[in-house]
Design a protein around this ligand. Sequence first.
Ligand SMILES: [Zn+2]
Length: 206
Amino acid sequence: MLESWTIHRATRVGALAFALGIALPFGAHAQEWVFRGGPGNPGPSIDAYVNQVGPEASIVPHGSLQIDGKSVNCGKRPTVLNPAFDSWGGAFPGFLILNTNKISGLTTQVKLYIYSHECGHQFVGADEIQADLFAIRRGVRWGWLDAQGMEDICVFISKLKGDSVHPPGPKRCETMRKYYQKLIENGTQTTSSPVDSGAHTLGPTR
Ligand SMILES: [Zn+2]
């Protein structure tokens, strides 16, 4: 899990939430910040978010983000790099958040998993398991996830405790590992050109 929520940080995020009139899902055990607003509550615009975070945040437009030299995308959604973010990554409807400091020591496949998990929220909504499976499916289809990467993801995620919305890390590892095996056994094809039409969005739309 996220080691701690500092009072400063929680206050700041709380202030953002207050300013934007949104309900925040986090608590002492939060490990990832995913917007869970309901109908009629679209969340902040990316500009509003960046303005609230301050000068340390920067926007990477769609098509420009690279992770360890690999180009990644989440449909046409931009990414906010926020080195002070409380978790490795997060998601609001319409954009993603990556903490460049927090992910810097991780392996490439774990970084890609984190990005893809947050991207998954754009398509599957707030469900954490479905976002995990989205990331694994993407990794296999796009060819960046192999057995070693799956193990790296498990080592990473298994350290996380669960909270009200995230199952315990070891359980998430087990679920993802089984799904990875199934995809491999079914011969899921790698696609050479990742196309992400956004047509299957069931979650937040912008
Ligand atoms: Zn998530």
